[in-house]
Design a protein around this ligand. Structure first.
Ligand code: ATP
Ligand code: MG
Length: 418
């Protein structure tokens, strides 16, 4: 579980703001759920025989003896909240949320025990149009972040539960003949969750899978049409994808469309955004049958990716714009007054007023370290004459003396981007 320190938060804010802008451009609304839910909720939605529920959840009993779990993902809680507050009654919804998720995994690059997701969930829409919208929207986000060239979309359809059941039987029948040649995880999954074997990264298992039955051969007509509809809309929108017939996703609740946005720039932890359709989940959790589709993106991986590719924009520096220094008690009073005026008249300008006294030299050192582009210097002379000095901190330009009255106007001109 990581601390995110002040020199990192500006990049986080930049990422979050960019995502927020894109989501709002499509009319998505934010929902905020608690970080803790009843353990049962996750078991019933994610599935008992998934990695998350079997070995990754932080579960504890509270003082009432209720079993609670720190949320490992957002979909279950979102469905619970939407259902509990009647948000899904005879209406469509486009929702998003952000927050910390918790999984007891082996920590490594791009994989942490507390991590952050921005998730999107859409309810009440059956057709492939909304699936397409989600993917077109994410493609727009990658563009806004400069990531288009560094991401690719993998897409699959896993059909209806009935189709998957038939496929599962055929897959188990086929793989049982090779049981001893499978990797350990896959051997166990042969009983518990055979579809997950398709996810195996083990090359020998992959080789065996090459001749395995394909889900595609068991697909129902409606799922096939849905998938073709989605492909058509993506083609028309110019969103490129590859169909990966082995993409099944880890959780039980998916059906039909599943997808992952992958980058090749982060090594093994390359999935930055993943999701799919889960038409059965709302009903499974006690609601009326409600079609649904969504995705979640991993913020840590996106931050890593922006850093790795050096796509962090210049304005993401986290410092101040103006640092106001004051020598002497009288100057301090003036400094506070002037700083307030700067904040009134230069909205958005980050003004740091020096506190804690000290010599001119030490104040200028702090001004420099603040990242500000200009220091405003108020000494006893300036206070007496109603003047202030503006010292550029990031260029060799000359310091200038201006009247305190004109200071906001002159600073605003100086701060304008060149
Ligand atoms: P993976 O196969 O990498 O374990 P997952 O299928 O468990 O991913 P999801 O539950 O689909 O992941 O979560 C969506 C996204 O959240 C992932 O694509 C990833 O970007 C991010 N994510 C998942 N688990 C972690 C983690 N432990 N640390 C950081 N990011 C994570
Ligand atoms: Mg995982």
């Amino acid at each position: 579980m990581n601390d995110i320190l002040p020199d990192q938060t500006p990049l986080w804010q930049y990422l979050e703001d960019t995502v927020r802008q894109v989501l709002s451009a499509y009319g998505y609304q934010e929902i905020r759920m608690p970080a803790v839910e009843q353990t049962e909720l996750f078991k019933r939605s994610i599935g008992e025989v998934t990695d998350i529920v079997e070995k990754e959840m932080y579960t504890f009993s509270d003082r009432n003896g209720d079993s609670l779990t720190l949320r490992p993902e957002g979909t279950a809680g979102c469905v619970r909240a939407a259902e509990e507050h009647g948000l899904l009654f005879n209406q469509t919804r486009r929702l998003w949320y952000t927050g910390a998720m918790f999984r007891h995994e082996r920590p490594q690059k791009g994989r942490y025990r507390q991590f952050h997701q921005i998730g999107v969930e859409c309810f009440g829409m059956t057709g492939p149009d909304i699936d397409a919208e989600l993917l077109i929207m994410t493609a727009r986000l990658w563009k806004a972040l400069g990531l288009t060239e560094h991401t690719r979309l993998e897409l699959n359809t896993i059909g209806t539960p009935a189709a998957r059941r038939q496929f599962r039987e055929a897959l188990v029948a086929y793989l049982s003949d090779y049981r001893s040649e499978l990797d350990g995880d896959s051997q166990r999954r042969l009983e518990s969750n055979p579809l997950r074997i398709l996810d195996s990264k083990n090359p020998d298992t992959q080789k065996i899978l090459d001749n395995a039955p394909r889900l595609d051969d068991f697909l129902d007509d409606e799922s096939r049409e849905h998938f073709e509809g989605l492909a058509q809309l993506l083609d028309a929108a110019g969103v490129a994808y590859t169909v990966n017939p082995r993409l099944v996703r880890g959780l039980d609740y998916y059906g039909r469309t599943v997808f992952e946005w992958i980058t090749d720039s982060l090594g093994a932890q390359g999935t930055i955004c993943a999701g799919g359709r889960y038409d059965g989940l709302v009903e499974q959790l006690g609601g009326k049958p409600t079609p649904a589709v969504g995705f979640a993106m991993g913020m840590e991986r996106l931050i890593l990716l922006l850093e790795t590719l050096q796509l962090v924009p210049d304005h993401v520096d986290g410092g101040a714009d103006v640092y106001v220094t004051a020598m002497g008690e009288g100057a301090m009073i003036t400094a506070f007054g002037l700083s307030e005026r700067l904040r009134n008249e230069l909205p958005g300008c980050r003004v740091v007023t020096h506190c804690g006294g000290g010599s001119f030299k030490s104040q200028m050192k702090k001004a420099d370290r603040s990242g500000a582009r200009f220091a405003v210097i108020l000494g006893e002379n300036e206070v007496r004459s109603g003047m202030a000095a503006i010292k550029p901190l990031r260029s060799d330009e000359q310091q200038q003396e201006v009247s305190q009255a004109e200071l906001p106007v002159i600073l605003s001109r100086l701060l304008e981007p060149a």
